[in-house]
Write a protein that binds this ligand. Structure first.
Ligand code: CMX
Length: 136
């Protein structure tokens, strides 16, 4: 079972503008920013209240052929994924595969801040793109 919600991911066209919007509108603070070349995203993690709690992740496309660019083209800005913290992403992926769910990667890839990640296809999880995150 997942340990907790790690983050909720929101696709945005412009990262800097979105970080400003969340700061000015909701008073939320950006605690981490990075570009993940493999995923083709520029991302920011925003803290909500307690620094150790679940984060809001803003995701902007770094390339026109990326998953986030495709999502924005099809659906426009909005909620793109729900991410759970897990203790062991390979074990969790194997358990879900055994239950017939499609995992997007055969082996985990690198996520935010050196974490290991995998995804459940949204069609196998009630229309929700579920990310599994094993923190570094
Ligand atoms: N949430 C819910 N449904 C989604 C979705 C999402 N984020 N993205 C696509 N879908 C739906 C589409 O609406 C479509 O539904 P219909 O067939 O009913 O129209 C269906 O899934 C399409 O599925 P697909 O053709 O298999 O796949 P796509 O090319 O649309 O890509 C996905 C979808 C999930 C495989 C792709 O976005 C992906 O590989 N995601 C994982 C990587 C990622 O999201 N990286 C960015 C974040 C990086 C990070 O978090 O670190």
């Amino acid at each position: 079972a997942p340990l907790r919600i790690d983050h909720v991911g929101v696709a945005v066209p412009d990262l800097d503008e979105a970080v400003r919007f969340y700061a000015e509108t909701f008073g939320m603070r950006c605690v981490h920013e990075e570009t993940n070349e493999e995923q083709g995203v520029r991302e920011a993690m925003l803290a909500i209240g307690d620094d150790d709690g679940p984060r809001l992740q803003l995701l902007a496309p770094a390339r026109p052929d990326s998953a986030i660019a495709k999502f924005l083209d099809r659906s426009g800005p909005g909620m793109q994924q729900l991410a759970y913290t897990v203790a062991d992403v390979e074990a969790t992926s194997a358990a879900l595969r055994a239950r017939g769910l499609r995992l997007l990667y055969d082996t985990p890839r690198r996520g935010t801040a050196g974490s290991k990640i995998n995804f459940v296809h949204p069609k196998d999880a009630g229309g929700v793109l579920v990310e599994l995150v094993e923190p570094a």
